[in-house]
Each structure stands twice: as structure tokens, then as C-alpha cells.
Design a protein around this ligand. Structure first.
Ligand code: SF4
Length: 329
């Protein structure tokens, strides 16, 4: 059964400042702080709709810094979520937070109320990038907090961004290496999108910030994804979820199927390497039918790419292949 999150957004609550790029109201499409009784009703209705699938669903407090919100409000939400796990059988509770908003006391409470996973917004492990983007914490904070989360036995999630002011491809790769050294269970990568009412938007309008192009962001993420997956870390998401608010973004490399673009670029590079290692200029590739669109690329751009390099490539679905595999004939 497929995993699902019942996301409860607590936009900006608990954040001591506004990071350069962040406008949670636009990212999450929410600006309402949910009250415990609303959360209880939402979880009851989600459980009813999901039936047995509830066992694969986690209650997720996202959109702000959950461990930095008012302790009484946090406790009230935790009690509701914990009771919903006991009553309806949700698989667990996860939350996202800042690297400087975790300590023994807070972790003890999260543990007591059944939180299973904590996702830290690390964003970058480069001091200059953190400073320029008003993160208000250091790379050392990320390392110390990640270790503490693991020591308490929580599942550790780490989130990073690409294309922030002061960042570069080399710094992003270094960030991935340093985050992987912290042994996360899951990771997410978010290319920077310029949203209204953010300091980053002011910089962009003043001509002092150039966002990544879609092509650059895909090309970088196509390098980062294998680094992460080859280490056995589950990549939960690459690119922001499509939402009505993001339709009104100011600039940046948003695409509703961003991950598919990356997978397609990874396939293209791997196949090109394999073609260059052979003598044939015309090759047929059998692919798992579920990855046909990834293999072909948007508007069949992969075929054009191979052709530009002097190869005629035919891509055929083959029902005997599964798990995203393919075979060059
Ligand atoms: S800490 Fe997270 S939620 Fe808060 S302003 Fe920064 S990016 Fe946004």
C-alpha cells in the first residue's frame, strides 16, 4: 500500500525570522493556524475516507518550525495527533522544523506523544549561503541536531535547496556530502523559487539575484539524486508540489513534473555513456513500460539528444522489465 501524509500546515509559526526565500503562505497555500479541534475533525474525516489505508498514513505537521511554536499549542496538537494514532491506527507522526529549535526537552515530549520522524530544513551546509539567506543557524547546528535526533531514535529527514543566493553547483554537491554523512533516512531537494513578499523577491527585482534556469536546476539535481540514492537514502521529493499559489510565482525553476525531468536527464546521461562505450550507432533500448515517458524525455527530447551525438536510438516498452530497468540491445 502506498505511503501517504495527512499534512497539517502551520505556516511560519515558530519561525524567529523570515528566511530570504520563504513565504510559507504561498508555498503551502495556507495562512490559517489550525486549532486542535479542527485538526481532530480533519483526522477523523481522513481516517474515515482512507479505511485500511490509514495504516500507511502519517500525520505530518509541516509548513513552519513545529518544535519552535508555543509549547502549549504544540502539546495540544500532539495530544490530538497521538489520540488519532491510537484510535484510527495512523502509522505515526512527522514534523518539520529548524536545526536550532531542538533540544532534549522537546525531543522527550515528541517521543512521548508518538512522533516518529523529524525533518530538518538544513537548506545548505555552506556558512555563506546560510548567512546570505537569513537562516539564523549554522551548518554546525544542523550536524549537532541531526545527531541528537538520531540518538533519540527518530527517523531523520534532511531538506536542502539549490540555487540560493551565494550557492553554486559545487557547494550543493558538498552540501549533499555533508548531509549524507549525518546518515539521514530521508532527504528532499527544493530548487529555489522566487515568491512574492520575500526578501529574495526584492533582490530579484533589484537585479541582484538570478534564479537557476529550469535546465540548470534539472542538470544539477540529476547529479545530486544518484549521490543520495546510491547511499540508500530515500529521496521523498525533488521540487515543490504544484499549488495554485505557485502558479503565481515570480521566477525560478518550477515544473510540476520536476522529478520526472531529473529522472529523464539521469537516464539520458547513463545511456549516452553506455552508447559511447559501444561501436553501434543504431541501438534499441527495451525499457520497463512504466518508465517509457522518462526514457523518451519531454517531447522526445532524449531521442533528439542521442541523435545530436550521432546515435539513432529506438526506445521500446518491454513488459518483461520492471522496477525502472532497461536493456540496450
Ligand atoms: S524557518 Fe522554515 S518555515 Fe520558517 S521562515 Fe525559514 S524556511 Fe520558512
Amino acid at each position: 500500500m502506498k505511503h501517504a501524509n495527512i499534512s497539517i500546515f502551520i505556516p511560519h509559526n515558530g519561525c524567529p525570522q523570515q528566511c530570504s526565500f520563504c513565504n510559507q503562505n504561498r508555498i503551502t497555500g495556507e495562512n490559517h493556524q489550525p486549532q486542535p479541534e479542527e485538526v481532530a475533525a480533519l483526522l477523523q474525516s481522513a481516517a474515515k475516507q482512507m479505511g485500511e489505508r490509514v495504516q500507511n498514513a502519517e500525520i505530518a505537521f509541516f509548513g513552519g518550525s513545529f518544535t519552535a511554536i508555543d509549547p502549549d499549542y504544540r502539546l495540544a496538537l500532539l495530544k490530538i495527533a497521538h489520540a488519532a494514532c491510537e484510535t484510527y491506527g495512523f502509522a505515526g507522526i512527522r514534523c518539520s522544523t529548524r536545526p536550532d529549535a531542538i533540544d532534549d526537552e522537546r525531543l522527550t515530549v515528541l517521543k512521548q506523544y508518538g512522533v516518529t520522524a523529524i525533518e530538518l530544513g538544513a537548506q545548505s551546509m555552506d556558512g555563506e549561503v546560510l548567512l546570505l539567506n537569513r537562516r539564523g543557524h549554522t551548518a554546525k547546528d544542523v550536524e549537532n541536531t541531526a545527531r541528537l535526533i538520531r540518538a533519540y531514535g527518530f527517523e531523520l529527514g534532511l531538506q536542502m535547496m539549490t540555487g540560493l543566493p551565494g550557492d553554486s553547483d559545487a557547494k550543493a554537491m558538498k552540501t549533499v556530502e555533508r548531509l549524507l554523512a549525518l546518515k539521514p533516512n530521508t532527504m528532499r531537494i527544493y530548487p529555489t523559487i522566487v515568491l512574492e513578499n520575500t526578501p529574495l523577491c526584492d533582490l530579484y527585482r533589484a537585479g541582484k539575484y538570478t534564479p537557476q534556469t529550469l535546465e540548470d536546476a534539472v542538470s544539477l539535481c540529476a547529479k545530486l539524486i544518484p549521490m543520495i540514492e546510491q547511499r540508500g537514502v530515500k529521496l521523498i521529493r525533488v521540487g515543490l508540489h504544484a499549488s495554485e499559489e505557485l502558479e503565481n510565482r515570480v521566477a525560478g525553476p518550477f515544473h510540476p513534473a520536476f522529478m520526472e525531468l531529473c529522472r529523464s536527464a539521469i537516464f539520458r546521461e547513463n545511456v549516452l555513456k553506455a552508447l559511447q562505450a559501444r561501436n553501434d550507432s543504431e541501438v534499441t533500448i527495451d525499457v520497463d513500460p512504466r518508465m517509457l515517458s522518462v526514457a523518451l524525455g519531454q517531447k522526445k527530447e532524449n531521442l533528439q539528444h542521442f541523435s545530436k551525438h550521432g546515435y539513432t536510438v529506438h526506445i521500446r516498452p518491454d513488459a518483461s522489465l520492471s522496477g525502472g530497468t532497461y536493456r540496450l540491445r
